[in-house]
Design a protein around this ligand. Structure first.
Ligand code: SAM
Ligand code: SF4
Ligand code: SF4
Length: 341
């Protein structure tokens, strides 16, 4: 086994995490994300995705996050997870999934676990059907009620399948927007405490061009922490190198919360994330205006060496620090459902 090359970007950062989007489609239509209803042309095959992950692992990647759009819409999800297992011998240490959870049945949770998935993050922005309807872009009424019920059941299915929240193998993501679901912060914290799951509260970001982002709609992470801390006292844990979340521990021992403060406290300094869209375009920043199409090295046949060199060159040339330089709403980037969060 040859040692990974582990390229360093223009700001001294190493590649650590790949967020691989498996589909641009979603069964939700969260207004802060606004996915497309159709796939882009030229979706990568399972073999091509495996080649991308393999190349990235040989460049030092340790963590793979499968995302979308809604990754559970992809029928090859479990097959891909099984196919990347041999890469653990080459340094792939962690395989995670981000999902809205609405399609996560007991059977699917078991299948994901047996395929070799390590961790699941379920996204849920409210504990009432009305707030879920608002945040997921669903019509209020039976559809939103069913979505909420399914996501809550998905928590149980995940635990039963072996994704233990105490080990960090099951987490809850919530995007918070002023005037939309601020009132859900405490109910979500209560729900997560009941399950012993880490709740990760996310400042809504100005990704893409169509979510109508406004700075005044962002609830700063400090305000979210204060709100929860006033009810359930917290002490700071900090942010691990390369991580997106700042963590806090409940003083009563009932677990942790985390905040992803990309707007109020950017963390570009140690950003180790590469994103690859469902059709094989690589982005070195959520806000990058331009991506690199990897398909020339994937078709008609995969050229592993050239693919690795292409990704390595892309990483070495990277100097992104968009959130640290933000001067207002962003224009011209890809939508979140392509980039995978
Ligand atoms: N559909 C899956 C889900 O919602 O978990 C996976 C894809 S989604 C793009 C990944 C994560 O990005 C979710 O937790 C979602 O809440 C978050 N997200 C989407 N748009 C966002 C935005 N504008 N600002 C902050 N987070 C966002
Ligand atoms: Fe779908 Fe996830 Fe985007 Fe919501 S955040 S629309 S669930 S891809
Ligand atoms: Fe990384 Fe770009 Fe986000 Fe900064 S803005 S943390 S460089 S993805």
């Amino acid at each position: 086994m040859s040692l990974p090359e582990n390229p360093i970007d223009q700001l001294g950062r190493r590649l650590g995490v790949l967020r691989l989007s498996l589909t641009a489609r979603c069964n939700f239509a969260c207004p802060y994300c606004l996915p497309d209803s159709q796939e882009p042309p030229g979706l990568l095959s399972l073999g091509q995705r495996l080649a991308v992950v393999g190349a990235a692992v040989r460049l030092g990647l340790h963590s793979l996050r499968l995302t979308g759009g809604e990754p559970l819409l992809n029928p090859q999800l479990e097959a891909l997870i099984a196919a990347v297992q041999p890469l653990r011998a080459e340094g792939l240490a962690d395989i995670a999934l981000t999902t809205n959870g609405s399609l996560l049945t007991a059977e699917r949770a078991r299948a994901l676990r047996s395929a070799g998935l390590d961790r699941i993050t379920i996204s849920l922005d409210g504990t009432t059907a009305a707030s879920v309807a608002r945040m997921a872009g669903l019509p209020p009424g039976p559809r939103a009620e069913a979505a909420l019920r399914n996501v809550l059941e998905a928590l149980g299915h995940s635990v039963a399948a072996g994704f233990d929240p105490a080990d960090g193998a099951l987490k809850l993501n919530a995007v918070v927007q002023r005037g939309r679901n601020e009132d859900q912060i405490l109910p979500l914290a209560r729900l997560a405490r009941q399950w012993g799951i880490e709740l990760r509260l996310i400042e809504a970001m100005d990704v893409g061009t169509r979510n109508g982002w406004r700075l005044e709609d962002v609830v700063p992470a400090s305000a979210m922490v204060q709100l929860i801390g006033n009810r359930f006292p917290l002490e700071p844990v900090g942010r691990s190198p390369g991580a997106t979340a700042m963590r806090w521990r409940y003083v009563d021992g009932k677990g942790t919360i985390a905040v992803v403060a990309s707007i109020s406290t950017p963390f570009c300094g140690d950003c180790n994330r590469l994103r690859v869209t469902a059709e094989g375009i690589a982005y070195t920043c959520l806000f990058a205006c331009q991506g690199t199409d990897l398909r020339p090295w994937l078709q008609p046949a995969t050229d592993p060496q050239a693919l690795r060199e292409a990704i390595g060159t892309l990483w070495r040339g990277r100097s992104d620090r968009y959130s640290e330089e933000r001067q207002g709403p962003h224009a011209g980037a890809k939508e979140m459902a392509y980039l995978g969060g």
